[in-house]
Ligand binder design. Sequence first.
Ligand SMILES: *[C@@H]1O[C@H](CO)[C@@H](O)[C@H](O)[C@H]1NC(C)=O
Ligand SMILES: *[C@@H]1O[C@H](CO)[C@@H](O)[C@H](O)[C@H]1NC(C)=O
Length: 466
Amino acid sequence: MKLYVIVTLCVLFTITQQISLSEKCVCEFAQSGKTFPHDKLERVQDAASDCNSNLMPQKTIELESLLLGLDRRLPVLEKDVSMLEKEDDGELYGVLSLYVIENEMTEIKELIDKLNSTSLEQEHVTATTTQQLQDLREEMQELETFDTMQVVKRQQANQRLKRDLEQCKNGLHPTHQPTKPPHGTCPYGQFLNISEPRVYTAGEYPGSYKYGAWGRDPKPEAGKESWYWRVILTSSNRYAHYVRFYSTLSSLIIGVSIPGNVKIHPSNPTTNTIQGPNNVLYGGALYYNCYNKDAVCRFSLTSKTVTTLDLPKGTRYNAKGNFCNLDECYQCTDLDLATDESGVWVVYTTTQDFGNLVLSKLEEGEPPVLGKTWRTSVYKQAVTNTFMACGILYATRYVNQEVEEIFYSFNPVTGQERFNIGIFMKKLAPNIQALNYSPVDQMLHAYCDSYMVSYKVQFELLDNQS
Ligand SMILES: *[C@@H]1O[C@H](CO)[C@@H](O)[C@H](O)[C@H]1NC(C)=O
Ligand SMILES: *[C@@H]1O[C@H](CO)[C@@H](O)[C@H](O)[C@H]1NC(C)=O
């Protein structure tokens, strides 16, 4: 056996020797076409991604938000002017109304200036992007000439064929609409979908204060119907000690806070400080998680007093029952206050519920009283935020930086839970620190990494054109 191997090796050796002694074999490679310009392809790719980032949806939404602000502002002005016409006694009332109108005009002028500069900027972006696209198109056409084997062309033809085939199949077997479950107690019917972002603004402190909340009081005091509120967690992204007001949506967008702040306490943090971002304003009072307590605080804007409602024993607080995404939790989101058509709710979790979401109705009053409580089977840390809309609890989860999914719902009337809602929200910043529904105009207000974004909720039986 060994001998045999040695003999074979010897033979191999001699053969190799002979080959290396004989003439060398040269392989000639003749290239018929031009070399493929990889560097050019890379340049085209870079230019395309540049182009994409120029066309970020944020930019058009900013313009739309401003227009929306103006749209809401003008009827107010019109109303005040007609009031002036009626009231003008040449005396005090006339002077006061004139003063109000003057303020409004100043605000509208600021809005128009901002609109002007934003649209100029947009025009510029559009012009440069159009040129870039034209250049890209030419370069791609040039690159296509390298497709000598017609690979791309055939792929395109295949795609067309596949699409036709799909259409053909669908034509033969029309898809059946799934039967809709009854909508319970909501007069608007089913929650169908959510719009693209309608408002998107950096507001008064662009890029600052990652944690906060904002919205509208669903049951405002007289004269404050058009007010918007904002709470920013100014201390360690955890605590706040005042609510800031804006007389209209456009003031919020352009960042002019009149009438300004209403303070809960001069220092921060201390007893009754706001802890965590998921607060709501309802009936002229701010409902929030009070500092260092498993309790809901109610701060009345008129009496400037705080009353407290203790939650059940075992309620998780001080960042022990947070909302989370896959990688991190949102600090101090133990208690999520929510508003809908029926008033104020609180979403939280307890040790005895093993970290699952618990929902309680709050009954108004000073102090508010804990109403009925429901337990769910969804784990709070698997949820990024929740909101109530028309009597139903909805929970969201993080899909990626651009998309959030409303995946879960719980109907407290029927006790039905659904994990397959599958409504996707387009995000303009990766994280949602607060989410709250406004029953006044069916808008969902989100506070996202210091941006304020809102979406229109589309219900089955509501006209959602506005
Ligand atoms: C818009 O801005 C440009 C340049 O700043 C200015 O020339 C123009 O008058 C402005 N238009 C209005 C309506 O304010
Ligand atoms: C839901 O709304 C989004 C826009 O926000 C839209 O792209 C999507 O197609 C809608 N989905 C359905 C099922 O209508």
